[in-house]
Design a protein around this ligand. Sequence first.
Ligand SMILES: [Zn+2]
Length: 496
Amino acid sequence: MKKRVAVGGFHHETNSFMDGSTTYDYFVSHRDRPPLVHGAEVLKWLAPETGSFALSGFLGDTQNEFEIVPLVWGSGGAGATVTAEAFERISAEMVARISNALPLDAVYLDLHGAMVTEDFEDGEGELLRRIRRVVGEKIPVVASIDYHANVTELMVQNADGLAAYRTYPHVDRVRTGQQAAAVLKQLLKDGRPGGRVLRKIPFLIPLNSQSTLVHPSKTVVQASTKESPGVYCLSYLAGFPSSDLAECGPSALAYAKTQAQAEQAADELQAVIETLESDFSFPPLNERQAIEKALAIAKDADKPVVIADTQDNPGCGGTSDTTGVLAELLLHDVGSAVLGLLCDADAAAEAHRAGVGGEITLALGGKHGPEPVVPLQQTYTVAALGDGKFATTGKVTGHRQVDLGPMALLRIGAIDIAITSKRMQSHDLGPYQHLGVNVSDYTIVVVKSTCHFRAEFEPLAAAVLVTISPGAFAADPSQLPYTRLRAGVRRSPKLA
Ligand SMILES: [Zn+2]
C-alpha cells in the first residue's frame, strides 16, 4: 500500500525592523508568486512540471510513489512582522487538515525558516511544535528550508530533517525539495533519526557576504555537501539578520542515525564557518562612491556596470521605492542608465492615463521612508507601458506567472525607471523585457536586490557593485536595534 504523506508550505522572511505588518490578505494575494492555495489547488499551483518551489521538487520525486494529501501552501515573501491573525489562520488550517487526514505515514513542509509573528519570534518552530503534537511521536516530519533560515532548537526537535537551499541566489529550490524527498524516503525505512544537532554560530553574517557564488560561503557550502556515515542531512544556514529573535543567525545543522554521528558532522561544519569569520566582513559604498566607481569602470567596458541598491531590496523587506540612487544618478553624466524595479502604483496609473510619449510631473517613490528618503518630484516621459502580467524567465524563480499590476517605463534625461504597482525583487529579466528594455543597452543598471540578481545580471555585467543607500533593510546587522538576540553574538564578523 502506498504511504500517505501530507504536504504543505508556509513561507515568510521577517524583517522585524520594518514598520507595518504582513497580513492574511497579503498571503492571499497573487503577486510574484502563487496566492495562498488550499487542498487540491496546492497540487495545481505547485505542480512539478511548472512550479519553481521546493514543494514542486518534492512532488516530482514522490507523487507516483506516495499517496499525497495536500494541505495549504502560502508565501508572504519578505516583509514586516506577520500578524497573529495570518499565522493563526494558516497554521490552524494546516493543523486541521493534518488532523483530518490521520492516519498519515509522514509530513513534508516547504518552509522558509525566518518567520517572526506578533506572538511568536520563531513562527516555524511553533508551527512544527503544533504539528508534532497532532501527529504524535512515531511519524517523520521533514521540511525544506531557505538558506536564510534562522534555525532554532524548537524547529530541530520537532522536525526530523531540514534540507536547506545550498545556493544564494537561490537556484536550487526544486533540488532542495528533491533532497527532502530523499531524506523522507530514508526515514520511512529507518524511523525517526536518533541524532540531531544544531550549532549556532557566534556572529551574524551580512546578507551581502552570503553569496554562494564566491568565497567564503561557497567554501562553506562545499563543506556541507560532504557525505558522512549515518548522516541524513547536513546543512549550512547563513541566517537572516533582520529577524529579531534569540536564535537569529547562521547555523550548522545535522540529522543522523546516532547522536555521535550528528555531532561530528555539525562540529566539522561549524569549525569551517568559524575559521572563515573575517572573510565574511563587507565593505560598503555610498551612492556617490558607487556611481563614480561604476563610471570609471564603464570607460573601458563593453557591458553595463550593475549596481545593487541592496537596502531597498523587497526580498529583505525593502519598500522598493527609495530614491537615493536615482537622485544621485541625476547628478552625473551617466551615458545611459536603467533603474528597477521601483514600486509606485500611483505613478504607474498616472503613466497609463498619459499614454506612451506623454509627460507627467509627479513625486515619484519615497513614500514609505525611512529618513532621509523622499519622493523625487520631476517631470518624466512615459517611454513604455505594460499590464504587469508576464512569465519570469530566470534561474531564481523559474517560469512563474506573475501579476505586478500596471507597469511603466519612465524616462528622465538618459535615465529609465522601470515602475511596478506591486513589489518584486529585481532578480529576473522578465519585468524589463515586458517593458521592452534590454538591460545590455545601458551603461549603468541599478537593481533593487541584494544577491539574487547575480544569477541573471552578473553574466551581462562588466562589474557588480553594491551600494548602501538609505532603505528599510539594514545591510549591516550591527546597525540593528535587536531586543531579543541572545547575549554574546557578534553583530558583524570580527576582522582578523
Ligand atoms: Zn533566502
